[in-house]
Ligand binder design. Structure first.
Ligand code: NAD
Ligand code: IPM
Ligand code: MN
Length: 368
């Protein structure tokens, strides 16, 4: 049975980078005879503004039933300042499909991309796991006396034992199965339990209980403020980092900066055994949308993560899917080394120039 991919390009630069990404994946599909199939979903700002629909009724059930993966671009439109459609579609998929593990590799591909003196690919190579279904993202709360001088606003952070345990276990299992390039197996759990007593306390107690199950993995705890500092000061001390939803969001934009910017950072949203959703870390970038200069490398790397994930769904296709993923990785690395660069990386290339270079590189690798 063909592996079905739902493509949600979204808004702004989303469609620009996902178009390049789809062309690339179709090339890989043809070269390796993967029989992937793609369905494009028009979910995003235009439809929201026209019909008031974010995700159509029954869409989550359809995704869960009929698709192996979702390839997602970005949402965000200046005409929808409260991002109501984004919450319905993006958070709707993450939470509605229970994709609790948002993994975001923070890996510097070339010395030149690093903003840190003396730190490059050997030092900057961590994997952040962001809890993806709880915390302040659950939209529980409200306002009271809105618009008056006495206004009160409350957002509730939800942390459940089940939610915290499963993301920590996922992080520990990954640290064990996929050591850092230098062999390090380490999990850094971050929270703020010195100030945020109840949720933070649950994270810390759960972490302390679980770490005994992973004697081969070095387990450390760092408060999130110190972690942010250490990511800049000494990134080489990190392998797997696990954080709650909001801290993970913030840390992974910092992580993207260490890699060379949001134009490179990729991510996956998974729950083992279920559909996976794959998206660049960046947003719709309204400041450059429509100009044809968005960096598509994050979307390409994201496609590679998706192929790697699809390999877990189909044992017969797995070797070819992994070969395709490695070919994309190698082409992305070659591109930052010797290929065309978009303005965010200091070049003058256009999105399509980068796409053409990467496709050619992948094509040659897969023909060999
Ligand atoms: P952003 O990530 O869209 O952009 C931040 C900066 O990085 C901008 O200067 C942008 O030009 C640059 N940038 C981002 N991706 C780039 C790329 N591929 N190539 C070159 N430059 C790139 O963040 P923002 O400006 O805070 O948000 C814009 C909109 O996107 C908002 O509506 C926000 O809510 C939304 N957003 C959506 C997602 C998502 O869909 N996953 C993620 C983040 C932000
Ligand atoms: C991300 C984004 C989203 C988040 C926004 C757009 C809701 O910043 O995917 O990192 O906070 O998760
Ligand atoms: Mn973010």
């Amino acid at each position: 049975m063909a592996l079905k991919i739902a493509v949600v390009a979204g808004d702004g630069i989303g469609p620009e980078v996902i178009a390049e990404g789809c062309t690339l994946v179709r090339d890989v599909d043809r070269a390796l005879d993967l029989s992937l199939s793609f369905d494009h979903k028009d979910w995003g700002a235009e439809r929201w503004l026209k019909e008031g629909v974010g995700m159509p009724k029954g869409a989550l059930e359809e995704l869960a039933r009929d698709y192996a993966a979702i390839y997602f671009g970005a949402l965000g439109d200046p005409r929808i300042p409260d991002m109501a459609h984004g919450r319905e579609i993006l958070l709707g998929m993450r939470q509605g499909l229970d994709l609790y593990a948002n993994f975001r590799p923070c890996k510097c591909l070339h010395e030149r991309l690093s903003p840190l003196k003396g730190k490059g690919p050997a030092e900057i190579d961590m994997l952040v796991f962001r809890e993806n279904t709880e915390d302040l993202y659950v939209a529980l709360g409200g306002t009271f006396k809105q618009g008056t001088a006495d206004e009160v606003a409350q957002d509730v952070s939800i942390n459940t034992r089940k939610g915290v345990e499963r993301i920590l276990r996922h992080g520990f299992d990954t640290a064990r199965a996929r050591p850092r390039h230098d062999g390090m197996k380490k999990l850094t759990m971050t929270d703020k339990h010195n100030a945020v007593r109840f949720g933070g306390g649950l994270w810390k107690r759960t972490f302390d209980q679980l770490k005994g199950d992973y004697p081969d993995v070095t387990a450390e705890h760092l408060y999130v403020d110190v972690l942010a500092m250490e990511m800049v000061r000494k990134p080489e001390r990190f392998h797997v980092v696990v954080a709650n939803n909001l801290f993970g969001d913030i840390l992974t934009d910092l992580g993207a900066a260490l890699m060379g910017g949001l134009g490179l950072a990729a991510s996956g949203n998974v729950h083992p055994g279920k559909i996976g959703m794959f998206e660049p870390v960046h947003g719709s970038a309204p400041d450059i949308a429509g100009k044809g200069v968005a960096n598509p490398l994050a979307a390409f790397w994201t496609a590679s993560l998706m192929l790697e994930f699809l390999a877990t769904k189909d044992a017969a296709l797995a070797p070819r899917l992994l070969r395709g993923a490695r070919a994309i990785d190698a082409a992305v690395t070659a591109c930052v080394d010797v290929g065309p660069r978009t303005p965010d990386l200091g070049g003058a290339a256009r999105t399509q120039d980068v796409g053409a270079f990467v496709r050619e590189h992948v094509g040659r690798a897969l023909a060999a």
